[in-house]
Design a protein around this ligand. Sequence first.
Ligand SMILES: [Cu+2]
Length: 198
Amino acid sequence: MKKKLSYQIGLVLAGCLLTGSVVAANQYIAKKPIVKNYMTIQPLYIQAVVMMKQGDMKGDMKGDMKSQSHDKHAHHHGKAREDSDIHLEVDVRTAKNSPYGFPEGSWMPYLMLHYRLAKKGSSWTSQGMLVPMAASDGPHYGDNVKLNGAGRYQLSVHFLPPDIPYHADKETRVEGWWKPFEEKWEFSYFGVGKKGGY
Ligand SMILES: [Cu+2]
């Protein structure tokens, strides 16, 4: 009886932990997705995640990332979850009537996204690449990111078009790629475990 009760309390506690800190809720950085070059673009963040690649050892990456010579690995998988505050994502999908040959609503692959973060009222900045990856909320460009505490941040993202061929003959041609461009957004971060933060 006693054992059963503590088991039930354990379950309730586990449930609280799950709903409190593990469930991913998107924090959208743009109030509305923007449409640029026939792409719908929405930056957002969730709690920092564990990322793996084919050939990685199964199991908890946490010990893995810390113990072995993982510096070169960390490069491939982005920042380790425990060294990060958020997982920054940019969702890029093909908009209506795209002349580039990608169907509406589909994830836009083969882009290169470089981000820069700056904390308002300070000299703190951080930058890196957002790399393509798969997740339950769909494929996206992203990486784990360490911020500089609660505050107001500016996010700049530089978009490079796909470096792949496109058909150019009269019968099957699509439009040549758009020129590189940059977009800026601002957002407030309230800190790990806070509403609007993680
Ligand atoms: Cu991701």
